[in-house]
Design a protein around this ligand. Structure first.
Ligand code: ZN
Length: 224
C-alpha cells in the first residue's frame, strides 16, 4: 500500500540531488516567513532553485500561505523557534514550548513538520541539544553568513555571498531584508554560472548522517 499525501498538501516531487556528484550549495533564509517571501519564492521558481527556510512560529501563524507555498514548491522548512529567544538563557520547558508551537504551526500551515532545528542566533548548549533530541531533530547552523541584516545593501550582499560560496556550503540570509530579496535574481544567476546547484540543507548534509541533538557545523568550543 502506498501512503499518498493529502492532495491539498502534495509536495512537489523534487528530483533527488546527489551532492557527491553535483556541486551543491544551500541558501537558507531565517526568521520568516518575512514579508518579501512571495517575491523570493517567485525568483526561486523562475531559476529552478531550492532553498531552506528556518521559520519563526509567530510568523508562520501570521503568514501561513507562504509556508504552504514553500513546501508545495519543493523547498525545505526548518524550525527557528516561535519568538526567537536565546535558547541558552531559558529553561528547558520554554525551549520545548518554543519548538513545539512552531512544529504545530508549520504542520497546520503546510502539512509537514520541520526535521531540522536552527536555534536563534545559532546559539546552543547541552540543554538545547537534549531538547532537540526529544524532538528527533539535529541542529543546523551555517558555514557562512551574508551579513545581509547588517549591510542592507544589495551589492554588498551579493559580493559577500559570492565570496563565501563553497561546495556544500550553507549560507545564512534573511527574507525580511528587502535588499536580499531584490538581489536574489542576480545572486542565483551568478552562483549557477559558477556551476552551483541550489539545493536544500537536507541535500547538502545528507552525508553527515546527523543524529537528533547533534549540531552541524560543530561550533568552536562545542563539547559532545
Ligand atoms: Zn534568527
Amino acid at each position: 500500500m502506498t501512503l499518498a499525501p493529502a492532495p491539498a498538501f502534495a509536495q512537489a516531487q523534487a528530483a533527488e540531488v546527489d551532492c557527491e556528484q553535483v556541486k551543491c550549495i544551500a541558501l537558507t533564509f531565517d526568521d520568516g516567513p518575512g514579508k518579501y517571501a512571495g517575491t523570493l519564492l517567485d525568483t526561486l521558481k523562475k531559476y529552478d532553485a531550492k532553498a531552506t527556510f528556518f521559520l519563526e512560529g509567530q510568523y508562520v501563524n501570521s503568514r501561513p500561505a507562504f509556508v504552504k507555498r514553500m513546501v508545495a514548491e519543493g523547498h525545505e522548512v526548518g524550525n527557528h523557534s516561535y519568538k526567537h529567544p536565546d535558547f541558552t538563557k531559558i529553561d528547558a520547558g520554554v525551549i520545548r514550548s518554543e519548538i513545539k508551537k512552531t512544529q504545530d504551526a508549520v504542520k497546520k500551515a503546510s502539512g509537514v513538520e520541520p526535521k531540522l532545528l536552527r536555534p536563534p542566533y545559532g546559539l546552543a548548549d547541552i540543554q538545547v541539544s537534549d531538547v532537540a533530541t526529544e524532538f528527533g531533530m539535529p541542529m543546523v547552523l551555517w558555514t557562512a553568513g551574508s551579513h545581509d541584516w547588517d549591510t542592507k545593501n544589495e551589492e554588498a550582499i551579493k559580493k559577500k555571498v559570492l565570496e563565501v560560496a563553497e561546495r556544500d556550503g550553507i549560507i545564512l540570509m534573511h527574507d525580511w531584508v528587502k535588499q536580499t530579496v531584490d538581489g536574489m535574481p542576480s545572486i542565483i544567476k551568478s552562483l549557477q554560472a559558477k556551476g552551483y546547484r541550489l539545493v536544500t540543507v537536507s541535500d547538502v548534509i545528507k552525508r553527515q548522517n546527523l543524529q537528533p541533538g547533534q549540531i552541524f557545523p560543530v561550533p568552536e568550543g562545542w563539547e559532545k
